[in-house]
Each structure stands twice: as structure tokens, then as C-alpha cells.
Design a protein around this ligand. Structure first.
Ligand code: KIV
Length: 262
């Protein structure tokens, strides 16, 4: 899958599936699946490093995790998040950050919003860097919202999101993530665009869906957002495997002769 294939998927009404990934081991596993693309999200700061927001994800962190994922991802398309403010300091700084991610193995970058950095999006596209947008709840703006809150409720807010989505499309973005907006607005934005929408808490009408890998695997033991569905009991599997290992070590059943060198 390449950025241009996203457009074909929309034209052919074929839904797109994406998950986040931050490391080599999971990237290897994902490389064996039918998933369409992998996002090295700046959610790495929360999921892997335990921060309370994505703001601490910096370019060194994103480059290191993008490299690890790209080593394991095989033929999968890898999209990497542009960290907080890296695309708000003018074109040269944004191109440097994008270069770091693309040379680490990303095939595209994602950035939040559009107002005030239209020139950056345009220059990146003109420079051969596929750009994915991200509208609705923009986690890097959490302090402006005063928390992680649903966006686009009410007519004015909804019109703004439609306007921003069309602006991103016209600037050359190949897809737009829509996060935490009413399902009706997800449907409206999807219908208004030629490029695909990838929803996370944006309803079933989006052209594709994305979830954080640890969320969909049921590994997140903290409060989970309404839009998350756990497709496995990862936390339960980890707990029972560790309990079995612990018991086997303590009662002398592990390692067995076949697990020891003669
Ligand atoms: O960083 C991230 O994981 C994301 C997804 C929630 C879309 O941006």
C-alpha cells in the first residue's frame, strides 16, 4: 500500500484498516497481517513512556520508534507522526523534522490541524512527502481544550471541521484522520472529500478506521475511551502467562530437561 492507493481504496469503496505500532516485535507481527498501514503515533509518549499527553514526543523519540517499526514492517506502509510544534516553526524546521522521519523509514507523515501551517503542508507535498491530516480532536491541543473532549458538536464547530478537511485535501493531503467527532459529522466529512477519512471515534461511515494497537489487543488496563473495542484479552493473557511462568519457576517445573543445554 502506498499513499496513492488510499485514493483508489476510497474510489473502490474498500475500507482501510490502520493500527498504531511503536516497536520492532509488533511491527513483525503486523507485517504478517492484512492491515493496510501502520502509524507510528506520537501516542507513543503515552502508551510506551507513560506520559499524560502526546506533547513530550519529540523528534528523537519519533525517529527511534519509526526506525524500529520500519525494520519489522516488511512491505507495510509506515506513517509517522510529526511531533508537537515541529510543523509550526516554518518550512525549513518542518522539512528537517519530516526528513528525520522519512529517513528513519516512514513512507508518509501525519500532522494535526491545518490553519497556520498550510504552507508547510503544501511544501511537504511538493517535496514528495505524502501528508496525512488529523482533524477533530487534535491531542496536541489538549491544553487548549481543557481535556480530551469530543469535537465538532454544534453547527459552527462542524462547519469548521468540514472546511479544514477540504483545505487539507486541496493542499494535497492523501488522507485525513478524524478523531472523536459525532458519527454524523464523520459521514458528512467523508462524503465531502475525494481523499479517504480514517476514523477513530468518528463513526462507521469513515473510509477506514484506526485504533491504538495496545487498546485493540485489550492491553490497556486504564480507563478506555468509548470508541475502543478490545479484540483480544491481552491483559488477561499477559497476567495468566506470567502467573504460569512464576509458578513453574517456583515449583521447579521450568526449565525442563528439553529446555536445558546438555
Ligand atoms: O498518535 C496516535 O496514536 C494517533 C491516532 C490516535 C490516530 O494519532
Amino acid at each position: 500500500m502506498f499513499a496513492k492507493d488510499f485514493l483508489h481504496s476510497k474510489a473502490e469503496k474498500r475500507k482501510l484498516s490502520m493500527v498504531t505500532c511503536y516497536d520492532y516485535t509488533f511491527a513483525r507481527l503486523l507485517s504478517q497481517t492484512a492491515i493496510d498501514a501502520i502509524l507510528v503515533g506520537d501516542s507513543v509518549a503515552m502508551v510506551v513512556y507513560g506520559h499524560s499527553s502526546t506533547l513530550p514526543a519529540n523528534i528523537d523519540m519519533m525517529r527511534a520508534h519509526t526506525e524500529a517499526v520500519a525494520r519489522g514492517a516488511g512491505a507495510k506502509m509506515v506513517v509517522a507522526d510529526m511531533p508537537f510544534l515541529t510543523y509550526r516553526k516554518g518550512i525549513p524546521a518542518a522539512l528537517d523534522a519530516a526528513q528525520a522521519l522519512m529517513s528513519a523509514g516512514a513512507h508518509a507523515v501525519k500532522l494535526e490541524g491545518v490553519d497556520g501551517h498550510e504552507d508547510v503542508v503544501q511544501r511537504m507535498v511538493q517535496s514528495g512527502i505524502p501528508v496525512m491530516g488529523h482533524l477533530g480532536l487534535q491531542p496536541q491541543s489538549v491544553h487548549q481544550y481543557g481535556g480530551y473532549r469530543i469535537q465538532g458538536r454544534g453547527d459552527d464547530a462542524a462547519r469548521e471541521i468540514v472546511r479544514e478537511a477540504i483545505a487539507l485535501q486541496e493542499l494535497g493531503a492523501f488522507a485525513v484522520v478524524l478523531e472523536c467527532i459525532p458519527a454524523t459529522l464523520g459521514e458528512e466529512v467523508t462524503a465531502a472529500l475525494r481523499i479517504p477519512t480514517i476514523g477513530i471515534g468518528a463513526g462507521p461511515a469513515c473510509d477506514g478506521q484506526i485504533l491504538v494497537l495496545q487498546d485493540l489487543l485489550g492491553m490497556n488496563i486504564d480507563k478506555k475511551p468509548k470508541f475502543v473495542r478490545c479484540f483480544a484479552d491481552g491483559a488477561g493473557s499477559v497476567a495468566s502467562a506470567i502467573a504460569e511462568f512464576d509458578a513453574a519457576v517456583k515449583d521447579g517445573a521450568f526449565p525442563a530437561a528439553g529446555e536445558s543445554y546438555q
